[in-house]
Design a binder for this molecule. Structure first.
Ligand SMILES: Cc1cc2nc3c(=O)[nH]c(=O)nc-3n(C[C@H](O)[C@H](O)[C@H](O)COP(=O)(O)OP(=O)(O)OC[C@H]3O[C@@H](n4cnc5c(N)ncnc54)[C@H](O)[C@@H]3O)c2cc1C
Ligand code: HEM
Length: 556
């Protein structure tokens, strides 16, 4: 009987709401509750709300009030389906229908990292040139139109940019909501502030970006449902940022971390996801159609969660006493008087643009994603200072089909005027592969680093030139630069190798590196990212070579 009455009342109010546009103002909930009752409400932090939701609670937040909608969920006149993706979020904009009508996908987020169309293998002289077909995958035969694909097509063409279920609720709905309030949010008490809140996003594009059908890597772009929301992080992602993505998989809330490559959480973001055959979240995500809703929050700093080798400043303070023989780098800020601007731990805190003078990146598989983050790869050769920055990437994969964004990286390296070098290594290479082979190991790292720094310190000898030709794509564009390349002379990044062979010795001028004279010091880092087995092995290799923890960031 009550049910019937409730539906009647809801239908009645809906009729009036739509017919006479009795759209209500914001802040009415607070007015309904009254000051005395409001003060008595228990405080919640966003951490508590998230935790309860992850344990099955149906909480939403509206106008700063925490509402438990479990009892109402099934009888919501707008349907339970529209409420489900909103659980755990701030629904104020949904409830009062104050969000933008169209979803805007920041177009450069999907285009920026796609393979340039005008590139042909003829332009390349690198090891990848012969394998462009493998990188792009064979054109798939047109598969039959399934029901799912049909729906996806309709979604893409008609609905993917439309906001979900819009409705400005009536006073009656506000009353109903008020009756379910269980607390108020204390924003100030949240540890990580605004980043801790989940926001709603809709899948606006998806595309396979490697050629391995067994382990595909998909590029997903998600766009914020509330485009006008000013509360959330609207700055562009920085190298070293990661986000958390949350969704219901088989009724359970699942959260996974991903590296956003482009955009900002206030508009849209792109992630590369490796689809594991048994992967709970990646498989689920891959099955979803355009328009599917997820929640995401962040961005956070990868090093806040990972084991982080101490930063330069920390190492100056803490390490000196333990390792007195190691001469620390002198921060740029001290040399030049510049203030620290780095916002994440992957950036150089002592450089105005956050770049390192010499950055060595060792990546395996989808571990390439932090290296692809937009500003990491951005050409920064606009001023004399930036021209002296160098990035070297050693990119390991199992097969050529696994290489992600190979052609894009090639293009980037070629146009970088020598600032970026990319060296590929395959553990299961094709027969005509000229690049590095096998698993990344100590010897390989030493040879690679020797060769890369050789480019900048001195003209390479004949044998180095031939290795460079065989697996680096720089030689065409930059060979002429070798003799007059930027002189970053003493590389104080390097410490004396513990074990050294004739071929593998790193040419370190320890006297210079340790000298009091600071004018010539440069700042460098080694960043390692990839599967956990690779990380442990590479870290061990780097330590054995003689690098100190302060020189590396291992993204476990
Ligand atoms: C800071 C951070 C950033 C990340 N960024 C990305 C990213 O940009 N792109 C991306 O694809 N992933 C990224 N990951 C990993 C991601 O969070 C998930 O762990 C991954 O998508 C697998 O989740 P799943 O639910 O599909 O697999 P699960 O169900 O959790 O795992 C099922 C099985 O899949 C296999 N598996 C899962 N993860 C791995 C792995 N890393 N290496 C080898 N085998 C594995 C294992 O066999 C495992 O038993 C990141 C992780 C962290 C912590
Ligand atoms: C949890 C708090 C909510 C309450 C108490 C509530 C209550 C109601 C009520 C009573 C109606 C009938 C019309 C009216 O009185 O305005 C309604 C309709 C509707 N609601 Fe909600 N709602 C809530 C949250 C939401 C959210 C978060 C969304 C969207 C994401 C939503 C979408 C809709 C839509 C689309 C309708 C119109 C249905 C139609 O006209 O057929 N509601 N809601």
């Amino acid at each position: 009987m009550f049910e019937l009455w409730w539906h009647f009342e809801a239908a009645f109010s809906r009729f009036f709401c739509i017919k006479y546009e009795t759209v209500v103002d914001k802040n009415l909930m607070l007015t309904h509750i009254g000051y005395d009752d409001y003060v008595k409400l228990p405080n919640f932090t966003w951490e508590e709300i998230n935790e309860r939701v992850q344990h099955g609670a149906y909480l939403v937040v509206c106008e700063g009030l925490v509402v438990d909608i479990r009892s109402f969920y099934d009888s919501h006149p707008g349907g339970s389906k529209v409420l489900l993706p909103a659980i755990g979020t701030d629904i104020t904009n949904d409830f009062y229908n104050t969000h933008e009508n169209k979803i805007v996908e920041v177009t450069d987020s999907s285009e920026a990292l796609s393979i340039p169309k005008d590139i042909t293998s003829k332009k390349y002289s690198s090891v990848l040139a012969k394998h462009v077909n493998h990188l792009q995958g064979k054109p798939k035969p047109r598969s039959k139109m399934t029901a799912a694909k049909f729906v996806d097509n309709i979604n893409v063409n008609f609905y993917s940019r439309e906001p979900l279920a819009q409705h400005a609720h009536s006073r009656f709905a506000i009353q109903k909501m008020t009756s379910m309030v269980i607390g108020k949010v204390n924003e100030k008490m949240s540890e990580k502030g605004k980043n801790i809140k989940f926001h709603r996003y809709r899948l606006t594009s998806k595309k396979m970006i490697n050629a391995n059908v067994e382990y595909p890597v998909m590029k997903f772009t998600f766009s914020n449902i509330h485009q006008v929301n000013k509360d959330i992080y609207s700055e562009k992602f920085l190298p070293g940022h990661y986000i958390e993505v949350q969704s219901r998989v088989n009724g359970q809330i699942v959260i996974r971390s991903y590296i956003p490559l482009e955009g900002s959480l206030s508009k849209s973001f792109t992630i590369y996801v490796k689809i594991y055959p048994m992967g709970l979240f990646s498989q689920y995500l891959n099955e979803q159609l355009i328009g599917y809703e997820i929640q995401a929050r962040g961005p956070f700093d990868v090093c806040d969660r990972a084991y982080l080798a101490p930063t330069l400043a920390e190492s100056l303070n803490s390490r000196l006493s333990i390792l007195p023989s190691i001469k620390p780098l002198i921060p740029y800020s001290k040399l030049t008087g510049m203030s620290s601007t780095a916002k994440t731990s992957l950036l150089n805190p002592d450089s105005p643009d956050g770049c390192w003078d010499e950055l060595y990146m060792i990546a395996g598989g989808t571990g390439i994603t932090p290296m692809l983050q937009r500003s990491m790869t951005q050409e920064s050769n606009t001023n004399e200072y930036a021209k002296h920055k160098r990035m070297h990437l050693l990119f390991g994969n199992r097969k050529i089909e696994d290489v992600i964004d190979g052609i894009f990286l090639e293009d980037l390296a070629l146009s970088s005027q020598g600032q970026l070098t990319v060296t590929y290594c395959l553990s299961e290479p094709p027969s005509n592969w000229d690049g590095l082979q096998g698993r990344i190991n100590k010897q390989m790292i030493q040879d690679w680093m020797n060769m890369m720094r050789g480019v900048f310190i001195r003209s390479p000898n004949k044998s180095q030139k031939s290795i460079l030709h065989s697996h680096s794509i720089r030689h065409d564009a930059n060979e002429h630069n070798w003799s007059h390349s930027p002189t970053l002379k003493p590389q104080s990044l390097y410490l004396e190798p513990k074990a050294s062979t004739k071929e593998s010795t790193l040419n370190i001028d320890l006297d210079l590196a340790n000298s009091e004279k600071s004018d010539n010091l440069i700042q460098g880092k080694i960043i390692v990212s990839g599967p956990s087995s690779m990380l442990a092995a590479v870290e061990q290799d780097l330590l054995e070579i003689g690098f100190n923890e302060q020189n590396m960031i291992i993204l476990y």
